[in-house]
Design a protein around this ligand. Structure first.
Ligand code: DAT
Ligand code: MG
Length: 137
């Protein structure tokens, strides 16, 4: 089984959607291997999104991701990385497939409710950014 890293982002936590998103996640066959609610500093958000540091939306992204609590998750499933990207839907909720989390809950391209690793390399950076081995079961 593969592991991926996911976030329930501030816009979703603010609207009390943690349970609804976890319900869709578990119903789709993902096992929660690690989970915690945290509140990032701007610097911690910048470190996480370092690959996007030269993109025009970087400052807005890091300020949004640090404006309130988030839920960080490690999810386990066969082909978890691709399966979670599929369940999330496209970056812009307006264009996301019907039935996806972003289509159902996302507010805008910036406030799109969830994150997911886009490759094994990203997952290998993102999982240990938030979790120690002892926190993953
Ligand atoms: P994804 O989250 O689908 O992997 P990404 O890695 O390209 O998308 O971008 C990371 C986040 O940055 C994305 O979830 C929301 C924000 N973002 C991306 N493109 C944006 C844009 N054009 N305007 C505003 N925010 C954007
Ligand atoms: Mg991405």
């Amino acid at each position: 089984m593969e592991r991926t890293f996911a976030i329930i982002k501030p816009d979703a936590v603010e609207r009390n959607l943690i349970g609804k998103i976890l319900d869709k996640t578990e119903s789709a066959g993902f096992v929660v291997a690690g989970m915690k609610k945290i509140h990032l500093s701007v610097e911690e958000a910048e470190g996480f999104y370092y690959v996007h540091k030269d993109r025009p939306f970087f400052n807005d992204l890091c300020s949004y991701m640090s404006r309130g609590p988030i839920v960080v998750l490690v999810l386990r499933k066969n082909d978890a990385i691709l399966a979670w990207r599929t369940l999330m839907g496209g970056t812009n909720p307006a264009d996301a497939e019907a039935g996806t989390i972003r289509k159902e809950f996302g507010l805008s391209i910036g406030e799109n409710s969830v994150h997911g690793s886009d490759s094994p390399e990203s997952a290998s950076f993102e999982i240990p950014y938030f979790f120690s081995q002892l926190e993953l079961v």
